[in-house]
Design a protein around this ligand. Structure first.
Ligand code: RIB
Length: 311
């Protein structure tokens, strides 16, 4: 076990069954796929691998099952040097995600939580000391809400909440996020969950979320980049232009990179600029974890910061 982790990720670990196909079927339709590969995935594991590849010391608090998928799910975490001392093996199946990737790089994902569903607040609290010692704690929405809330309660450092997918989380725990990281759809759902009403336009949603009490908010916008604010004006960070091969896990690459830079003490806007580059790198490669860069990989250059009023 690491003694002083920069980052603790409390989150899901999956094996991704990735099917490539020309286009996604409509409801009721059957289409033929091309290939099927089993890759390591899960939002928590993806974020941990992304941060570790970028040089951060990372501990993962999570669970896998006792089936054959567990080895695949843990393969890249081990290779990236993520500390798995707080990982549980729970009898039964590992989390599985069925990921369909079409020729234009877009995906659909169905997750069977498996062992992730057995992460109780008590299991998370058993790692309270390591969570409490981290500079940055990262949580997402793929563990039961009680586990996520226990992680936030145990944290004494900066907490990144990437509420994907959005589910009900105790508002007090949610508002510890600094930043809350959401995409446009998740942002609107979190706003509704907090009783913040509706806002029209991405920038307005970010401002409304700040109005709910978040110290900072980052909204990821895919090919359009990201919006970021820590209470001041909302800054738009444009993404490099890239040809997407597979968008799976690009948001997780973003969060892992953000965590790595925040753990190093970067200001939030600088960390977001770096995270946009890392997310853009990831969409140019297939799979989630296999697509993440190391510090030796050249990242696509950002366009110059220009004020964007259309977001
Ligand atoms: O964000 C991408 C991830 O979502 C996949 O790796 C899959 O496991 C699901 O958790």
């Amino acid at each position: 076990m690491s003694t002083t982790p920069g980052i603790v990720v409390v989150g899901s670990v999956n094996a991704d069954l990735v099917v490539t196909l020309e286009r996604h079927p409509r409801p009721g339709e059957t289409v033929l796929g091309r290939t099927m590969t089993v890759l390591p995935g899960g939002k928590g594991a993806n974020q941990a691998v992304a941060a570790a590849r970028l040089g951060a010391g990372v501990v993962l608090v999570g669970a896998v099952g006792t089936d054959a998928y567990a080895d695949t799910a843990l393969s890249a975490l081990t290779e990236a040097g993520v500390d798995l001392g707080a990982l549980r093996r729970i009898g039964g199946s590992t989390g599985i995600a069925v990921v369909e990737v079409s020729d234009d790089g877009e995906n659909t994902i169905v997750v069977l939580p498996g062992a992730n569903a057995h992460m109780t607040p008590e299991l998370v609290a058993a790692s309270a000391a390591v969570i409490g010692g981290a500079a940055v704690v990262v949580v997402q929405g793929e563990l039961p809400a009680g586990a996520t809330e226990a992680a936030v309660r145990a944290a004494s450092g900066r907490v990144i909440v990437n509420l994907a997918p959005v589910g009900p989380v105790d508002p007090e725990a949610l508002l510890r996020a600094d930043p809350l990281v959401v995409n446009e759809h998740e942002g609107a759902l979190v706003l509704a969950q907090l009783g913040g009403g509706e806002a029209s336009g991405h920038r307005a949603v970010v401002e409304a979320l700040l109005g709910c009490g978040f110290a900072s908010v980052v909204m990821t916008l895919g090919a359009a980049g990201a919006l970021v604010s820590d209470g001041g004006p909302v800054l738009a960070v444009a993404a490099p232009r890239v040809d997407p091969v597979d968008t799976t896990g690009a948001g997780d690459a973003f969060v892992g990179a953000l965590a790595a830079r925040l753990a190093d003490g970067d200001p939030l806007a600088d960390a977001v600029r770096f995270a946009v580059q890392v997310g853009s790198y990831a969409v140019r490669h297939a799979g989630a974890q296999p697509s993440y860069p190391t510090l030796d990989d050249g990242l696509p250059a950002l366009p110059a910061d220009v004020p964007r009023h259309d977001l």
